[in-house]
Design a protein. Structure first.
Length: 149
């Protein structure tokens, strides 16, 4: 797979990450973690969205992602930061077309393409959040949880 590519500049010189870039990065990591990890490395961006008024969810978050037992079973934990309403993972902003968090905390995501598409929903509150995801092409489902640090 080719390396991730820059898709544009955003405020403060940070790169924007689109769903294809996220999926490509995730597939490389899958070799170490199993067949479903590509989908869920992408799910790590579950708090992305455009900057919005209020920035109620700004801060550091710990996100845990789980797959249902069987061929989809796995667990993964990561850290993210929301700054000025923008979601950052490793210093890069995630595209709001792939993942969106509303000003009220509703989370919607659609990552990857074809068989590797992950669709999910959930919600954030002031200190925690949770949701569900589905990878229909792989017959897998699971859930995610977030805790503000």
């Amino acid at each position: 797979m080719p390396n991730s590519t820059k898709t544009g500049k955003v405020e403060r010189g940070q790169q924007e990450v689109d769903s294809v870039t996220v999926a490509r990065h995730s597939v490389r990591r899958a070799v170490r973690f199993g067949a479903l990890v590509p989908l869920f490395c992408a799910l790590l961006f579950a708090f992305a969205g455009e900057p919005r008024a209020g920035e109620e969810f700004d801060g550091n978050w710990s996100i845990s992602i789980f797959g249902m037992p069987g061929k989809c079973q796995f667990g993964y934990r990561m850290k993210m930061t929301i700054d000025n309403g923008a979601v950052l993972y490793r210093g890069r902003q995630v595209s709001p077309q792939a993942i969106y968090v509303s000003a009220t905390g509703d989370v919607k995501l659609r990552l990857g393409s074809g068989k590797y598409t992950v669709v999910g929903t959930g919600a954030l509150e002031s200190r925690r959040g949770q949701g569900r995801w589905t990878a229909e092409g792989l017959s897998c489902t699971g859930w995610w949880r977030a805790v503000r640090q």
